[in-house]
Design a protein around this ligand. Structure first.
Ligand code: F6P
Length: 357
């Protein structure tokens, strides 16, 4: 048995832990693993790949990034702009399939987010044995309670807030930290609670500048002269739209810029010195946390088990502390967004965190 493995979309801490899990479990079955470079691009003839034996996977569990490389654009992008699905041209599908057949690959594990899994679904619909593994720091896939990478990204937000707090306090400033997450506010919510933010602004809860300014003034009156605000890159004021930092030729766009806008508006309204800091790709880099190392390994091992059981067209999923699986079709159909009335938001409100609403 020969199985293929690829990483698609943006990288995230824990990708190598999945590879470590796949290679380890496959070796125990006597299977060989073919690792394709740069996501689906590695499937273009004649195939860009390396054979992954346990020797090559040694020690990678602690490494950030991906030893296979990845891309979030290229020939096999099937999601554009605000999520419209495009069919991968038949010609490309045939080329990829012939690479897999020529290399004798019996099944392919695709590790990725929404976009990669949408492409994986098209391969699966055309009859190729595919297993999906969910990956994203954004934690925005409905079919899994948690994706690996999210915990590491959140830890980076918490570390940044710990540092921003000391300088905010020294200068009696309002400090705004813009974090990733695209249309989901999970990183901002968990990072903000863990890092002791006073205000968290999420895509799921439209905010009002006046309300955030009121919180700052109220803190001022009670002798608290600095305020820590976390804003998700996809957050927008009531009646406003998300801020786009850049659009690319294939219709994909990058969110960004809301942190600077919030700082400027709050300084204008309150007269208080305000600064913004964008955490950016620091959230995607570096070593995975212990949680992500373990979850990634479990996902990798389970993906191999699904192949062994012949359960193709399925995505590994984490539910109620157990790793199981759902259909890939189910996985890509719904985004996992923060519930504004949910328990985590309620918890934040209970400890005095404002959402600016
Ligand atoms: O989906 C992961 C993510 O990091 C988002 O949070 C962010 O909006 C986007 O990718 C950034 O993508 P890029 O690496 O192309 O700048």
């Amino acid at each position: 048995m020969r199985i293929g493995l690829l990483n698609g979309g943006g990288d995230c801490p824990g990708l190598n832990a999945v590879t470590h899990g796949v290679v380890g479990a496959a070796a125990q079955l006597g299977w060989e693993v073919v690792g394709f470079r740069d996501g689906f691009e590695g499937l273009l003839p004649p195939g860009d790949f390396k054979i992954l034996d346990p020797e090559k996977a040694r020690g990678i569990i602690r490494q950030g990034g991906t030893i296979l490389g990845t891309t979030n654009h290229g020939h096999f992008s099937s999601k554009h702009g605000s999520g419209e699905v495009a069919r991968i041209p038949e010609e490309l599908m045939n080329q990829a399939r012939s690479t897999l057949t020529n290399l004798g690959v019996d099944a392919l594990i695709c590790v990725g987010g929404d976009g990669t899994l949408t492409t994986a679904l098209q391969f699966s619909e055309e009859g190729f044995p595919i297993i999906g593994v969910p990956k994203t720091i954004d934690n925005d896939l409905k079919a899994t309670a948690m994706t690996f990478g999210f915990d590491s990204a959140t830890q980076t937000v918490v570390d940044a807030l710990d540092r921003l707090q000391t300088t905010a306090s020294s200068h009696k400033r309002v400090m705004i930290l813009e974090v990733m997450g695209r249309h989901a506010g999970w990183i901002a919510l968990y990072g903000g609670i863990g890092g002791g933010a006073n205000v968290i602004l999420l895509p799921e809860i439209p905010f009002r500048f006046e309300e955030v300014a009121r919180v700052i003034r109220e803190r001022e009156i009670s002798g608290l002269h600095s305020t820590l605000i976390v804003v998700a890159e996809g957050a927008a004021p009531e009646g406003g739209v998300q801020m786009i930092e850049a659009a690319s030729v294939d219709g994909e766009y990058r969110l960004g810029g809301i942190g600077d806008r919030v700082a400027a508006e709050l300084q204008r309204i309150t007269g208080k010195d305000s600064r913004s800091c964008t955490l950016g790709h620091l959230q995607r880099g570096g070593s995975p946390t212990s949680f992500d190392r373990v979850l990634g390994t479990r996902f990798g091992v389970h993906a191999v088990k699904l192949i062994e059981q012949g359960k193709f067209g399925r995505m590994v999923s984490y539910q109620r502390y157990h790793v199981g699986s759902v259909t890939i079709a189910e996985a890509v159909s719904q985004l996992n967004l923060v519930d504004p009335e949910g328990e985590v938001v309620e918890t934040a409100r209970s400890v005095g965190i404002s959402f600016g609403d």
